[in-house]
Design a protein. Structure first.
Ligand code: MV4
Length: 504
């Protein structure tokens, strides 16, 4: 059994995992790239080793080097976090071959769920409902797909079997446009995954994207931790998640049915450790399996806030062969949690990534607030990795309290030096459809605009003056005190009355 963990990741998730290790009394090993010499995860760990140059393929994707470092440092377990090597069956196998515990599922479960066509047929055999589409595990030619399409019906989606997250996906509205869209999907899948294989699914329009967190140990126990609502996305990047889902709300019967189905899907591949089953839920509350993510997810904190379970600690215990500390009967969802992903990007300029040095941060704190971050003042945001700089998570007794708290927290949070999408989240918090929980997967792209925020926009010149002062005093710690609260209408009274009107 291991007492030392290597964290094969960076940024906020590496810090999150380091904290769990520390609380469990375990020793930690960090790895880092040239671009991350000054990173927080390096400072937090007991030991840290350089992997190589900044590009991921030369650093965080170097499974061979990471295993070598684990063996050299005496780490007995490797936590992959999310992204990078987290869902690579070959890496999980290489860990096992080196007698290292991969803190995640078995390689066979990663592989079975990694091929979306195999995942569909495997869970179907276990009685899990899937969206109508092509069946079986083999690859189908264009002519076979064209012959099957009318039976499925239009509109439909062409999806990459190696895909997930929307890459290599094409919407097809008629048989005429299908041949060229099949080619486009195959080309994109080939370029992204080195595998051009595709399958078909009927397109479900206006559906919600809701996922169920599960945990499974090596003793045959599998439990679910309720759902997360993930419909607020832009170009397949999630921006905000909440738990419970406002669509499921107090329909505990639906929650338990979806949870039981998620448990069955996990059992179908002999799943162990933390995982997530994604569902599409239509307006009549019919739900369909989409795919399983065989990793810890970015948005796991909202589930932690409402269930009280520390998912990362539980992952480590499970990997050490222990029994889970919870049974299904122990788990209850308490209150409401919302997570805003704070990205270094400009919401006023088509969400363009923003790089540069963070000069000042005023962190939001206070009751019911959690901030998971990998940055600090002085840290340089490089273009090499994703733009997530922190996650702002709030808890409230009710959804209304959580939204009020998120508004307050977004007001408090100041990051100077790079653009962030904080104004996007503030606009979202003011949106009537968000307040009412009435949104689906197309909301951000089709019905939401930053213009609404621009409308009542005030003269920003005082802020410019303050920032100029800040720049002049950047050497002094005092300068941070000058960051103003901004001229936004910060009164909650107007907002409260809106809320009440909406719920009359
Ligand atoms: C779908 C779908 C509708 N019908 N499948 C997107 C990423 C991947 N996890 C699966 N995804 C979807 N699959 C069927 N049969 C809707 C989505 C979807 C989506 C689609 C377009 C734009 C944004 C979206 C956000 C979430 C899910």
């Amino acid at each position: 059994m291991f007492n030392k963990v290597l964290i094969a990741n960076r940024g906020e998730i590496a810090v999150r995992i380091l904290r769990a290790c520390r609380e469990l009394g375990m020793q930690t090993v960090a790895v880092f790239s040239d671009a991350d010499r000054q990173a927080l995860h390096v400072r937090y760990a007991d030991e840290a080793y350089l992997l190589g140059p900044a590009p991921s393929r030369d650093s965080y994707l170097r499974g061979d080097r990471i295993i070598e470092i684990a063996l050299k440092s005496g780490a007995g377990g490797i936590h992959p976090g999310y992204g990078f090597l987290a869902e690579r069956a070959d890496f999980a196998q290489a860990c096992v071959d080196a007698s290292l515990a991969f803190i995640g599922p078995k390689p066979s479960a990663i592989a079975a769920m990694g091929d979306k066509a195999i995942a569909r047929s495997t869970v179907t055999r276990a009685g899990v409902p899937v969206v109508p589409g092509t069946e079986g595990e083999g690859s189908l030619s264009d002519s076979e797909l064209l012959a099957l399409a009318p039976g499925i019906g239009f509109p439909l989606l062409v999806k990459a079997t190696a895909g997930g997250g929307g890459k290599g996906m094409r919407e097809v509205r008629s048989i005429e446009e299908m041949p060229s869209l099949l080619q486009a999907a195959r080309r994109e899948a080939e370029a992204s995954f080195g595998d051009g294989n595709v399958y078909l699914e009927k397109l479900l329009e206006g559906a919600r994207h809701i996922e169920i967190q599960i945990l499974a140990d090596n003793h045959g126990n599998v439990i679910h931790l309720g759902e997360r609502e993930c419909s607020l996305q832009r170009r397949h990047q999630k921006l905000l998640e909440e738990s419970p889902s406002p669509f499921i709300g107090d329909d505990d019967e639906l929650r338990q049915r979806m949870g039981a189905v998620a448990v069955r899907a996990a059992q179908a591949v002999g799943y162990v450790n933390a995982g997530t089953i994604e569902f599409l839920v239509d307006k009549d509350k019919n739900f369909f399996f989409l795919e399983m993510n065989t990793r810890l997810q970015v948005e796991h904190p909202v589930t932690e806030m409402v269930t009280g379970v520390d998912i990362v600690k539980e992952q480590i215990r499970i990997a050490r062969g222990r029994q889970m500390r919870y049974s299904q009967a122990d788990l209850h969802m308490n209150g409401w949690a919302i997570e805003c992903r704070i990205n270094a990007e400009d919401p006023y300029n088509n969400f363009m990534p923003s790089t540069g040095r963070i000069t000042h941060i005023l962190v939001a704190t206070g009751p019911g607030v959690r901030v998971d971050t990998g940055v600090y003042p002085g840290f340089e945001i490089s273009p090499y990795y994703d733009s997530l700089i922190s996650k702002l998570i709030v808890w409230g007794e009710t959804r209304a309290e959580a939204i009020m708290r998120m508004r307050r927290t977004l007001e408090e949070y100041k990051i100077v030096g790079v653009h962030t999408n904080i104004p996007f989240h503030q606009t979202l918090m003011d949106s009537h459809r968000f307040m009412g929980g009435q949104y689906d997967t197309r909301f951000v792209e089709e019905r939401f605009s930053m213009e609404a925020a621009e409308e009542g926009k005030v003269d920003r010149s005082p802020i410019a003056a303050i920032l100029a002062t800040l720049a002049a005093h950047r050497q002094t710690k005092l300068a941070a005190q000058f960051i103003s609260r901004g001229e936004r209408d910060t009164s909650n009274w107007k907002w409260l009355s809106r809320w009440e009107r909406l719920h009359r």
